[in-house]
Design a protein around this ligand. Structure first.
Ligand SMILES: [Zn+2]
Length: 410
């Protein structure tokens, strides 16, 4: 029998209410909130809900197996010109993800489910307000995480362009290298680490073959596990986001970045619906929550970062994690570099978010779920959730004792 890799992601652990209500209140609040998800009536237990949302079970039993058409496309991909690849992806995205476009780029159902549970807890407890261990350090409204996947030697050559752009505006990011495709520039890897960037492992080769069979996956996993050590890396992203939560348990990363809240344009379209980190078996998952750079420019034909900024407004409203993937291979030159530059400048002018590396987010999220103290040894800040005319409002913890109303249920 397949173990339920998502079962620890209970609403109780998500909210960390203080004081914690009795189990029957939680159970009733969950039952009352399940209809918000709009899942089929048979999905009526928390276990099923978690598998259906975080586990992507709503896309069918064979979801993590690549379909034959998609498989053929990704086998041919190395031999096709880039313009043909993006035209095919657009076509594939609109065919495969046709019924997903209404939940992209914003998939709000799981988010509203969590909010509804807390509202139900208050109603069932006949309380006007309750405290919970706030999601992010120092009362920041949301987390902001920059990541890069380097797919080619040319991409590796362009890494310093992105690193310099980010550093100049006070940001640091994660760079994921593919161990066995291009000759690794070890000087660059160590220099990035010294400058405060984080290094991750992006598969072993950059192809769709890793998930061909379990045996093949196991073989590659062993090599990948060796690279966590060599790279001094804690995190992993699967090439082409081809993913399998069960098989990936044999990878020895602390956290993974191969899943996303919603994306109809990937080889395996779908999404975990969560805008926060969560647990998949033995590792922490940090889903990306902003459309990929290539989707934005090549598929949606965007010339500005507006789609990203709009999504950030949603993530901020629900105190989520804004996590983006940008490829130096095609975002470090020409007009598209300007789109990323504009995005970073716009973000640098905003405030109220926690700009963090994936490793720091993982530490924070794990300790928030398990420990009494934050990674820096402080007590966790408590936010208050309060009912105002039956709607939930979140009052953020702030350094002074004053509380600030910033978020509203809708
Ligand atoms: Zn990649």
């Amino acid at each position: 029998m397949t173990p339920n890799l998502w079962e620890t992601n209970t609403p109780q652990k998500f909210w960390r209410l203080e004081p914690d209500p009795p189990a029957e209140t939680w159970n009733q609040a969950i039952q009352n909130s399940i209809p918000v998800l709009g899942f089929p009536p048979a999905i009526n237990s928390l276990e099923d809900v978690l598998a259906y949302s975080l586990g992507e079970a709503r896309f069918g039993k064979n979801h993590f197996k690549m379909g034959s058409i998609r498989y053929l496309y990704y086998l041919l991909k190395p031999y096709l010109p880039r313009s043909a690849i993006f035209r095919l992806r657009h076509l594939a995205g609109s065919l495969l993800g046709a019924n997903m476009t209404k939940s992209w780029p914003v998939e709000a159902r799981y988010v509203k489910f969590q909010w509804e549970i807390l509202r139900q807890v208050l109603l069932l407890s006949e309380k006007q307000e309750i405290s919970f261990r706030y999601f992010w350090p120092e009362g920041k409204e949301y987390a902001f995480v920059l990541t890069h996947d380097i797919e080619t030697a040319e991409g590796q050559r362009l890494v310093p362009v992105l690193a310099d752009m980010e550093e100049a505006l006070g940001f640091h990011s994660m760079f994921n290298f593919v161990p066995e495709v291009y000759p690794l520039d070890w000087g660059l890897i160590r220099e990035l680490q010294t400058r405060g960037f984080e290094i991750g492992v992006h598969g072993l080769k950059h192809d769709s073959r890793m998930f061909d069979s379990f045996e093949h996956f196991q073989k590659r996993s062993k090599s990948i596990n060796g690279y966590f050590q060599k790279f001094q890396a804690r995190g992993f992203r699967a090439p082409l986001t081809i993913r399998n939560p069960e098989w990936m348990q044999s990878l020895e990363m602390e956290y993974d970045l191969s899943f996303f809240d919603t994306d109809p344009y990937e080889p395996i379209p779908g999404g975990v619906m969560s805008i926060w980190p969560f647990t998949i078996g033995r590792f922490t998952e940090l889903p990306y929550t902003l459309p990929q750079d290539c989707t934005l420019y090549k598929i949606m034909g965007q010339t500005t970062p507006q789609i990203w900024l709009n999504k950030i407004d949603f993530l901020k409203k629900y105190h989520g994690m804004a996590l983006v993937i940008v490829h130096p291979d095609y975002s470090a030159e020409g007009k598209v570099r300007e789109i990323y530059g504009t995005f970073l400048r716009e973000m640098s002018e905003r405030s109220g978010y926690w700009s963090a590396l994936p490793g720091a987010v993982t530490d924070w999220w794990q300790q928030r779920a398990a420990d009494e103290m934050t990674p820096s040894g402080q007590p966790f800040g408590l936010a208050r959730a309060t009912l105002v005319e039956n709607n939930l409002k979140i009052l953020l913890p702030v350094p002074s004792d004053e509380l600030m109303i910033i978020s509203q249920y809708c």
